[in-house]
Ligand binder design. Structure first.
Ligand SMILES: Cc1cc2nc3c(=O)[nH]c(=O)nc-3n(C[C@H](O)[C@H](O)[C@H](O)COP(=O)(O)OP(=O)(O)OC[C@H]3O[C@@H](n4cnc5c(N)ncnc54)[C@H](O)[C@@H]3O)c2cc1C
Length: 435
């Protein structure tokens, strides 16, 4: 099968399975130093992504470039710090990995298969679904071509050209996109002169400020990539913060402990783009045996659970399993892949939006911290029986939809038990008083 697509992870999977693969990527080869900065430079890699990389035999290679983040470091407005581990098991942590390092390792893994060919600087402009064939523009020579294949797999991100072709040409194609009122901007905390880190290295730093927040993830070169998630519009927003004085005033008020560490703040704020945050749901994710969607092309989610890339890798694993189970019926394999993944994509989309509210608002509250402590206590007392939602999403491969349902059930039981305990204690106290 000659398969045309873009996600490098799936190229490695299909190559490993013996398919003849041509991968078309609109950008230049990142190994030539063409990496585009200012947009999600580093990512949190966790169990689902690591599992997918293990199946390709490259997890250790990728993790060599990663920095463990063992918990959240909360920064309040006075600069006080509060560290909360992600899990009661210290072996459960997330990993900050540079997008460039990850891409490079996975491209090289794909290219180890002689049946995988990677073509950079090729933008897909349209897909003929029935042929199937990809229309491509070579952005170096400005020439176009049409490449036929047995199947076209669209792994071309949230604004997928493959998905747009399905939208235009399939009558029953369901599509929904919703944007948050917040955008994001990446900023940098540079390393110490000796290459050290200016804040705790093994943590995901959060400055929760109720309606907005800033986070920072460590990089191997001693720097941190900060991301400010803030309203596009409003009295205090990206729209109203134009001059250097505006930027300085806002940061001095909200993130006073970070400002002395951000020597390039004004330049970064001016020069780095403001990205938007979109959730995309669509159905189906395939057309006959000819076209399939993987990753953000099928289910873009907002980044607040640190799962978009992990979920995209998990798609690769599931699609690979379906192709292995149904080697002679690709249409059924694509359909089964869609059935196994769709509800999980939808569940993750909801979890990710909910986690934005948790990160920007609740992480600063005592109630949140008490709930996390209770979660860890119950997880320790009832191993394998009680699993906090964050643990299930981040440190297990329990399908997202199942994890969300189980967390709701657990919460109901915990709250009912707490109410029961309070009632019981009240009765005992009442009896003690009237005796
Ligand atoms: C600010 C931010 C922070 C994030 N943090 C995390 C995190 O911590 N953990 C996590 O798991 N996820 C995170 N994500 C989500 C993650 O980035 C995505 O879910 C993941 O990159 C999806 O992978 P993908 O391959 O489907 O799409 P992409 O990574 O978008 O890759 C698509 C590829 O297709 C190429 N392409 C696009 N259009 C075309 C075309 N027409 N023709 C040819 N090639 C094309 C692009 O150049 C790109 O290389 C974050 C996202 C954002 C915005």
């Amino acid at each position: 099968m000659a398969t045309k697509f873009t996600l490098i992870g799936i190229a490695a999977y299909l190559g490993r399975r013996g398919y003849d693969v041509d991968l078309y990527e609109r950008r230049a080869d990142p190994r030539a130093g063409n990496f585009v900065g200012g947009r999600s430079i580093n990512l949190a890699l966790s169990t689902r992504g690591i599992h997918a990389l293990q199946r390709l035999g490259i997890a250790d290679e990728v993790l060599r470039h990663a920095i463990p983040m063992r918990g959240r470091m909360i920064h309040d407005k006075s600069g006080n710090l509060d560290f909360a581990p992600y899990d009661c098991d210290p072996n459960n942590y997330i990993n900050s990995i540079g997008r460039a390092a990850l891409n490079t390792t996975v491209i090289e893994a794909a290219q180890r298969y002689p049946n995988v060919r990677v073509h950079f600087n090729h933008r897909c402009t349209d897909v003929d679904l029935d042929a199937p064939a990809a229309h491509l523009l070579d952005t170096e020579t400005n020439t176009t071509s049409v490449v036929r294949a047995d199947a076209v797999i669209g792994v071309d991100g949230a604004f997928s050209a493959v998905r747009q072709s399905m939208q235009r040409k399939l009558e029953n194609f369901e599509y929904d996109e919703s944007y948050l009122a917040h955008g994001y901007k990446e900023l940098t905390i540079p390393p110490e002169p000796d290459g050290g880190w200016r804040m705790e290295k093994e943590a995901l730093h959060i400055w929760p400020r109720k309606s907005f927040m800033m986070i920072a993830l460590p990089n191997p070169d001693g720097s941190f990539t900060c991301t400010l998630f803030w309203e596009f519009e409003g009295p205090r927003s990206f729209a109203t913060t134009k001059t250097d004085d505006d930027v300085r005033r806002f940061f001095d008020e909200e993130f006073p402990d970070a400002v002395p560490l951000m020597s390039g703040l004004l330049e970064d704020f001016k020069n780095n783009p403001t990205g938007s945050l979109v959730t995309i749901r669509c159905a189906p994710w395939h057309y006959k045996e000819k076209v399939a969607l993987v990753g953000d092309a099928a289910h873009a989610v907002v980044p607040f659970y640190g799962q978009g890339m992990n979920a995209a890798f998990e798609d690769c694993v599931v699609l690979d399993e379906c192709l292995a189970e149904m080697p002679n019926d690709r249409e059924r394999a694509f359909a089964e892949y869609f059935v196994r993944r769709k509800q999980n994509g939808d569940a993750l989309a909801d979890l990710a939006v909910d986690n934005f509210i948790e990160m920007r608002d609740k992480t600063a509250s005592r109630a949140f911290r008490a709930k996390k402590k209770l979660d860890h206590l119950l997880e320790g007392l009832l191993p394998g029986v009680y699993l906090p939602l964050y643990t299930m999403v981040t440190f297990t491969r329990i399908p997202y939809a199942q994890a969300a349902r189980r967390a709701r059930r657990q919460d109901r039981i915990v709250y009912a038990s707490l109410i029961g305990i309070v009632v019981l204690l009240s009765i005992l106290l009442f009896r003690f008083i009237v005796q």
